[in-house]
Write a protein that binds this ligand. Sequence first.
Ligand code: CA
Length: 327
Amino acid sequence: MAYNALYMPGSESLPMVFAAAMTDPGRKRALNEDAVSQLITSYGGIFIVADGMGGHRTGEVASQMAVAQIVDLLRRSEPSPQGLLEAYEAANEAIYLAGQKPESRGMGTTCTALWLDLPYALIAHVGDSRAYLLRDGELVQLTQDHSWVADRVRQGLLTEEEARHHRWRNVITNALGSFPSARVDLVGLKVQPGDVFLLCSDGLSGVLEDRVLAEIILTNPPEPAVAKLIKLANDWGGPDNISAVVVTIGSQVPQNPRPYALPLEASGGQPVCLQSGTDPEVLTTQIVEPQKPPSFWQRWGNLVLLLLWFGLLGFVLFNQFGGKSSP
Ligand code: CA
């Protein structure tokens, strides 16, 4: 476990960010296919959770490749939504190519990353690992799971509780390295003093309820928080690999201007799904338009035209034949 903090310039007593990351194989699996990373930087930091999949150690390879590549690219870039997307695309391509070997077929990984550019937070997400934000005592899930059960929950076909126990709960619908180009959700927001971010794999969020996650990160600093989260998931059986990264924002937040649009802001509060190769700022401004209800003509236009057509036909036929028989 690594532990780190970033202090206000000139003040060693006022941390702006403090964080801890931990991963554990759990109680049932021999291998740990999860990978985590945290790196404090001069502007904030880079925090990632990845949960690999594939046969015979390839899940382990995929999650570690994703974390190593993305950290390496982000640490050499200026923070921006575009930079985050490009790092995901590069990692996707590398894992996809590595997965073309016969022994690595099916290799892929979830990947949820927080790029903290104080006072802003950029989050990129693929798969069913999660990013949460605890603000004013309330836990909000910032990412949407790309999974079979989450799709059913969004459609109202399953409840959260049914999803948690469903036999297909581990089936994900999007992974880094599974397709030639990445499908990445981006979220952006402005942080507030006291905000706490939690990144975790499904070995944590699938075992502990949100209210337990909230309770622990609300009442503990990052280092004991990650240790307690992992211990509790193991106490509840530890059925899967468990990873947690907790990032706490201090009481002082620098107020720097930013040269980019925040995806969440631009899309009116909805996470924005970006396809490989699109410019986040172009795409988000397209999404800002709220969905208008269909107009009268969009909804009924065809029916009205059909009725007019029958009316005309009836009129012509009546004049043609009906008219003749009348005296
Ligand atoms: Ca997992």
